[in-house]
Each structure stands twice: as structure tokens, then as C-alpha cells.
Design a protein around this ligand. Structure first.
Ligand code: PLP
Length: 397
């Protein structure tokens, strides 16, 4: 496949009338290697962040061997794409049919649960298998995360004792897992959660073989510059080492966002300008779901070399007829941006490219590989903002 130098080259060659996704295999490989080399345990990739088969292959080639899957479709996808991968079915509420197929057809042995009902379901669907790894999901606070995952899943501390004791009877290997919420802006999120794990282990006095700290590792977006990942890894390692667990226990994590945010950017075209509102050809039902629904700010840059003027804040409308197809931003772009101009929207590799729908007849997108750096990187420690202004800000790492 042809690799273009950057977005400018893609626009020059194709003048695309539909949105284009630009993939940076080198950025995903770099993120994966960083986790493999530096996280003090095993790193599972959370497939929902971006299930692209090309990305799965890149992560596998970069030594990510375990994959956190949440639906039977994700189980099938990863089993088909990476036949030797270890699949971890980490959704705490699965159908019996999905568990059965995962166990008997795809060799899945690792399951999570947060209730006695789910434990019974797993036992029945696997015909009382004796080779299961069961991870009991603990509810923890999402207070340090930009996106909460605290409401839906996880057992409370007062339910954990019974759950851990009963799971221990069934499991060959048993773990405790949690998720601190996505884009956790402070390492303290993990410390607080691990202290809750400590309390659960002490209460139940059971042997715990795996502590899985979930995802939540951040990426870099406008207005969100997280501490360096080493700060997270060091304090997680220290807290984990102090837990009352066996010498042979394992530490796992399940990064989604941190492994793939830098993988992709998006080229959109301005179809109309109305004041400081730009009507672009992708939006809430496309790769910009988070920009619309939770006001996520992605970095942007105008791709028209002629536009060198001052920057101003803009908001976007997507292509569908729905009023909700609106992204408040603000997105900083040259003041004289006009219909026909192209914009590159960065850092959409996680929960961006994965969210596209065909609602209202929009949703087509081609994709190309490019060789340049993402607009920001947690792994190079550099934010390349608004290249039209030659404005490179170092964030230190
Ligand atoms: C979504 C999810 C992840 C990935 O979360 P990120 O914030 O993208 O790192 C990991 N584990 C579980 C169980 C999840 O639901």
C-alpha cells in the first residue's frame, strides 16, 4: 500500500469529497512497544477503542499478545485476525450463547463477572469447566477520569467477599479487575482503586492470582495534557507490589485509548461557512461522536497553505440533518478559512474511527497510511500543534 508523507499530500493527490481517515502504523507500533517495554506487567489491548484489523495486526506484531474483547463479534474478529492471540472476554454481562461460543469455538478461557448470576451463567455455559480464569470486577471511582465508567459495572466492596469466595471455588485462576474511567488524568486514580482491591482481598482472605487495573490511560488533546506515563507506571507498580498477593501473581492492564489515539487522524472538507460555524462532511454520526456528544476537543489544523492569518475559535456542524450533529469545540483555525478548505482533525484513532455509522446516507470514508507524526504524542513528548503556524510545544515526558 502506498504511504503518503502527510495529509497535505493526500489532499493534493485526491481532492477527496468524502472524509478520509489517515492511519499512522508507526505511531500505534510505538505505543504498543512502549507499554510492552515499560508497563510493569502484561498489557491487553481493549479492542472496542478501535477494532480495525490492520491495527490489530500492528499491535500483534509489536508484541501485544492479549486482547480484551467485550462482545461475541469482537471475539470472532480477533480470533479470525490473530489466530494465536489470547482473548479475554471482559464484559461483566454476557449472553450464555456468547460465553458458550467463546469457550467451545474460540478457546476463550478468561472471563470477567460482577455478580453471582454471571458466575452461574459462566459455569453453565462452559459445562462447569475447570480451566477458567475468572476476573471479578470491582466498582471504583471515576473521579479522576474525563469519562466515567463507574455506574454500570462492578461489584461494591460489601458484595466482593461472597463473589471472590464463590469464584475461587470455580476458577483455576482468579483475578480482580476494575476500570477507573477513560482518560484518567491522574495516576492517583489507580492508587485509590488498588487500595480498594487491597480491602477486598483482606476481607475475603482468598488467593488472588491476577490484578487487572483496566484501561483509562490518557492521550493528549487540547486542554488535556496528562502526566507522563512513567508517572502512572511507577506508582502503580509500587502500590501493586504492596498488595497481599502471592509472589507469582500477575499485574495486567487493558489500555484502549493510549494504544490507538495517535494511530489516526481525519481529513474533512468545509462545505459552508456561516460566521464562525463550519459545515464539514463528518460529524456526530461519523468519526466525531465524542466531539459532538461529550464536547471532546480534538486538535485541528487547516490544510490550506494560503491561510496564515490569525486563528479564531470555530464550531462544526456535521453533514446529517440532525441538530445534534454539532461540535462546539472550540476548534482553533485560521480566521479566513472558507468553503472548499480541508481540515485535518488529529487524535481520532481511539473511539473516533470506530464510531462511524451510515446514518442519513453519510459514513463513507476511505483510508490511507501516512508517515508523518500525529498532532500530539504521549510517546515522543511533543505536541505538534497547528503546523501552519510552525507552532511546536514540548510537553516533556
Ligand atoms: C473501554 C474499556 C477499556 C479501555 O479503556 P480506555 O480508557 O480506552 O483505556 C479497558 N477495559 C474495559 C473493561 C473497558 O470497558
Amino acid at each position: 500500500m502506498h504511504i503518503y508523507p502527510d495529509a497535505q499530500a493526500v489532499v493534493g493527490a485526491h481532492r477527496p469529497t468524502e472524509p478520509v481517515i489517515l492511519n499512522r502504523p508507526h505511531a500505534a507500533a510505538r505505543a504498543a512497544r512502549y507499554f510492552v517495554d515499560n508497563f510493569p506487567g502484561k498489557s491487553l489491548y481493549a479492542v472496542k477503542a478501535n477494532p480495525s484489523p490492520e491495527l490489530l495486526q500492528i499491535l500483534w506484531d509489536s508484541s501485544i499478545t492479549h486482547y480484551d474483547v467485550a462482545s461475541i463479534a469482537e471475539v470472532r474478529l480477533v480470533a479470525r485476525t490473530l489466530p494465536n492471540a489470547v482473548l479475554c472476554f471482559m464484559h461483566p454481562v454476557k449472553t450464555a450463547e456468547a460465553i458458550h461460543e467463546a469457550y467451545f469455538t474460540h478457546g476463550v478461557r478468561i472471563f470477567s463477572l460482577d455478580s453471582l448470576d454471571e458466575l452461574l451463567k459462566i459455569r453453565e455455559a462452559t459445562h462447569d469447566a475447570d480451566d477458567l480464569t475468572l476476573c471479578v470486577r470491582l466498582r471504583v471511582s471515576s473521579e479522576f477520569a474525563e469519562l466515567s465508567l463507574a455506574a454500570k459495572f462492578g461489584a461494591d466492596l460489601n458484595e466482593m467477599q461472597e463473589l471472590l469466595m464463590q469464584s475461587r471455588q470455580v476458577a483455576d485462576t482468579m483475578g480482580i479487575c476494575f476500570h477507573v474511567g477513560s482518560q484518567a488524568m491522574s495516576p492517583h486514580a489507580y492508587v485509590q482503586a488498588l487500595e480498594k482491591v487491597r480491602a477486598a482481598i483482606v476481607d475475603a482472605s482468598v488467593t488472588v492470582d491476577i490484578v487487572d487495573i483496566g484501561g483509562g490511560f490518557p492521550s493528549v488533546y487540547p486542554g488535556m495534557k496528562p502526566p507522563a506515563l512513567t508517572d502512572y507506571f511507577e506508582i502503580i507498580d509500587r502500590t501493586y507490589e504492596s498488595l497481599p498477593i502471592s509472589y507469582s501473581a500477575e499485574l495486567w492492564c487493558e489500555p484502549g485509548r493510549a494504544l490507538c489515539a495517535e494511530y489516526s487522524s481525519l481529513i474533512v472538507r468545509v462545505e459552508r461557512r456561516r460566521g464562525n460555524e463550519l459545515y464539514i462532511n463528518d460529524g456526530a454520526y461519523g468519526a466525531l461522536f465524542d466531539a459532538a456528544h461529550i464536547g471532546w476537543r480534538f486538535p485541528v489544523q487547516s490544510m490550506n497553505d494560503l491561510r496564515q492569518g490569525d486563528v479564531e475559535p470555530f464550531s462544526f456542524y456535521g453533514p446529517t440533518c440532525d441538530d445534534m450533529d454539532y461540535m462546539a469545540g472550540p476548534f482553533e483555525l485560521p480566521a479566513d478559512i472558507a468553503a472548499g478548505d480541508y481540515i485535518e482533525i488529529g487524535m481520532i484513532g481511539a473511539y473516533g474511527a470506530a464510531m462511524k455509522t451510515a446514518f442519513n446516507g453519510f459514513g463513507d470514508a476511505t483510508s490511507f497510511d501516512v508517515a508523518d507524526e500525529p498532532m500530539a504524542s504521549l510517546y515522543t513528548g511533543v505536541v505538534h500543534r497547528d503546523r501552519s503556524q510552525g507552532n511546536v510545544i514540548s510537553i516533556g515526558s
